[in-house]
Design a protein around this ligand. Structure first.
Ligand code: DGL
Length: 263
């Protein structure tokens, strides 16, 4: 099989990365996708650098079974802690969500807000990536650990979610008008976030990553040659009872068959 026709491998700590799959399927419908979610060991967002890096390397190795032309780390936390280690050993190119999100944030004037897991915010990966592009940019980061469980519960239109979002977002100075959604789950909470901070420019790191993938395919990696819609293969390290319900919410379409793989 030619390189262009090989699948794109995408991995996340769980099923939140299906928001990135949704963006990829919208932008590049003909591409074949393999999704690997580490549902047995999530969340990554509360773990240490060493553990997240180790898990990232293991997920990258599992994806190699599919001989991908490219690996996308959909998870912000794994991108923040494990990207350089995986890039150093992977036989195929690997990209994360931080660089595309930082690039989009740096394009806009004024201070930038970053919201993400404890581990993503603690890594300062977004700060470093934005400052490489604009050293003078003011950046304000807020860790929002309660937002992942709220998104998984599907509490999208709920006063409890609004109140928690408001409490986190109020930590950002008033002048912040651009905020990076630095976590796979946050795009699903957009209505609530917008209610708490109307008129904000929200940067969906998954959506801008799909654009970065498109640029890579346009270059040396190449688009899949078949014009038919590409398939989506979903592999998880554990299958919970609520998987279909929660996964379909992130994917914005019914979740098909799921395979369970051993780590
Ligand atoms: N996927 C993670 C991220 O984007 C959120 C869930 C977790 O903590 O594992 O940072």
């Amino acid at each position: 099989m030619s390189r262009a026709d090989r699948p794109i491998g995408v991995f996340d700590s769980g099923i939140g990365g299906l928001t990135v799959i949704h963006a990829l399927r919208q932008m590049l419908p003909q591409e074949e996708l393999v999704y690997l979610g580490d549902t047995a060991r999530l969340p990554y967002g509360t773990k240490s650098h060493h553990t997240i890096e180790r898990y990232t390397l293991q997920m990258g190795e599992l994806l190699q079974r599919h001989d991908p032309k490219l690996i996308v780390i959909a998870c912000n936390t794994a991108s923040a802690h494990g990207l350089p280690a995986l890039q150093a050993v992977s036989p195929c190119p690997v990209i994360g969500v931080i660089e595309p999100g930082a690039e989009a944030a740096a394009e806009h004037g004024g201070p930038v807000g970053i919201i993400g897991t404890l581990a993503t915010v603690g890594s300062a990966a977004y700060d470093l990536a934005i400052h490489r592009r604009d050293p003078a940019k003011a950046i304000h980061s807020v860790a929002c650990p309660l937002l992942v469980p709220l998104a998984e519960e599907g509490w999208f239109d709920d006063p409890v979610t609004d109140s928690i979002c408001r409490r986190y977002l109020n930590q950002l100075p008033f002048e912040v008008k651009t905020v990076v959604l630095g976590c796979t789950h946050y795009p699903t909470l957009l209505p609530s976030l917008e209610r708490c901070r109307p008129g904000t420019r929200w940067i969906d790191s998954g959506r801008v990553t799909a654009r970065a993938v498109d640029r890579l395919l346009q270059g040396s990696l190449g688009y899949r040659t078949a014009s038919a819609r590409g398939g989506l293969r979903i592999q998880l390290t554990d299958a919970s009872s609520r998987l279909k319900e929660v996964g379909s919410r992130f994917l914005e379409e019914p979740l098909g068959d799921v395979e369970v793989v051993e780590i």
